[in-house]
Design a protein around this ligand. Structure first.
Ligand SMILES: [Zn+2]
Ligand SMILES: [Zn+2]
Length: 435
């Protein structure tokens, strides 16, 4: 049916049409703006990365890194709170339009590792950690996380008037775990109230990954990283001369049997088809010289699981194995399991919703579905009341060997950083403005 329209109505109609077509930005326009802004700050992001890489700081000691971050956020006119959970920094960016709250997290700490990568900005830093002199290196790529989130903060601050909602930028200390006797990390940041006034609906984070090429991202729904528990076993025997072991009770031999005994649990006692699990003893300390059998041996380890029931059973068997082996020799083993991190869980609905964004920022065939990861994260503490999305940023130079995280040769290809900034910025904009 046709009707005649007056010129005034036609004009009104044209105004409405032009506003909806050009006045409101589509996803493509936002993406173009993000791409252009990201490209223009890439040299800055790389220089932040190199600076932080050269000046790594251990968990709960991220003073310099936190100051860099706070100054940057202040310059962007983002509301900043510092000193959370020791050195944590939170920035609040309020968009020009009403909408939900989201958060993006970067961890800031480095590891007690002596760097072996031949780089002009390689770390030469040394410090004391648990009474040992150690090197300090960003061997987990948290330097790249900080640089990417500083970049995303700059991109998003430049678009604030268009954003429908609020973004929290969480720069977190001590993801690798606080030093002995201290608290720290994501759990402490939440305890200290970072979400008291602004509870995010969704929390995003990336982690560098040397298994995947620069220019790719990797993500899977449900369990992404394992749950982790810290393990400590103290074997008490009896000190004696190394040449008269029958007069003492050798805790070094007993500790060795316990190490082997623990490895039998996941391989022979737990249902490996149900969920993966493992235990590693990473530190054994006992004795001062070759001809004295010591009184005591202390072992430190980590337990990884993907399933709550298996986890409980695993703990019970670890205690039983260690205690019974020690008892068989007339010694004792004290087993302490502590410092747990839950499984890092990617909300399947959130991932489905954000997958088009991740595909768009990476390009055809560059969004990978990885296998589950035995590494653990304290990121789940940030998603107790929110949906979480945690993904890997490929950082391997194509064609180069895979470098494991925490190794002295871990290497981040700088060409990966731009994708990190783009992915974090695009997830934020699409989540807030894409409904
Ligand atoms: Zn790590
Ligand atoms: Zn890490």
């Amino acid at each position: 049916m046709r009707s005649k329209q007056s010129p005034a109505i036609t004009l009104l109609f044209l105004i409405v049409l032009s506003t909806s077509a050009f006045g409101q930005k589509g996803k493509k326009d936002f993406q173009n703006e993000i791409n252009q802004k990201t490209a223009s700050i890439e040299p800055k992001v790389i220089s932040w990365y190199e600076d932080i890489h050269q000046n790594p700081e251990l968990s709960n000691r991220e003073f310099r890194t936190a100051m860099l971050v706070a100054k940057h956020l202040e310059r962007l006119d983002i509301e900043v709170t510092t000193g959370i959970a020791h050195t944590g920094v939170v920035g609040v960016l309020k968009g020009g339009l009403p909408g939900p709250v989201i958060a993006i997290r970067a961890d800031m700490d480095a590891l007690p590792v002596v760097e072996e990568v031949d780089l002009p900005f390689a770390s030469k830093v040394r410090t004391t950690y648990n009474d040992q002199e150690v090197g300090v290196m960003h061997a987990c790529g948290h330097d790249a996380h900080v640089a990417c989130l500083m970049g995303a903060a700059e991109v998003l601050a430049g678009m604030r008037h268009q954003l429908k909602g609020t973004i929290l930028f969480i720069f977190q200390p001590a993801e690798e775990g606080p030093p002995a006797g201290e608290e720290g990390g994501a759990e402490l940041m939440v305890q200290e109230g970072i979400f008291n006034d602004l509870q995010p609906e969704a929390v995003f984070a990336l982690h560098t990954d040397g298994r995947f090429d620069a220019g790719t991202l990797a993500v899977r729904p449900y369990g992404m990283c394992a749950g982790a528990d810290q393990l400590e076993i103290i074997v008490k025997g009896k000190q004696s001369h190394g040449a008269f072991p029958w007069l003492g009770n050798d805790p070094i031999v007993i500790a060795s049997q316990i190490v082997i005994g623990l490895q039998v649990i996941p391989s022979r006692q737990l249902d490996m088809t149900k969920a993966l699990s493992l235990v590693t003893i990473g530190s054994i300390q006992g004795g001062v010289r070759g001809n004295i059998i010591p009184n005591e041996v202390r072992m430190l380890g980590t337990i990884r699981t993907f399933d709550a029931e298996i986890r409980e059973d695993f703990h019970r068997r670890i205690r039983q194995t260690a205690q019974n082996i020690a008892e068989a020799s007339g010694a004792t083993a004290e087993v302490i399991i502590s410092g747990s991190s839950p499984v890092t869980f990617n909300d399947p609905d959130l991932l489905t919703r954000m997958t088009p964004t991740l595909v768009r920022v990476t390009g055809e065939g560059k969004l990978i579905t990885p296998s589950v990861e035995m590494g653990a994260e304290d990121f789940p503490y940030l998603t107790q009341n929110a949906k979480g999305l945690y993904f890997y940023l490929g950082v391997r130079t194509p064609g180069k060997e895979i470098e494991s995280q925490h190794s002295p040769t871990y290497y981040v290809d700088e060409s990966s950083l731009q994708l990190g900034v783009r992915a974090l910025s695009s997830l934020a904009v699409d989540y807030l403005n894409g409904r």
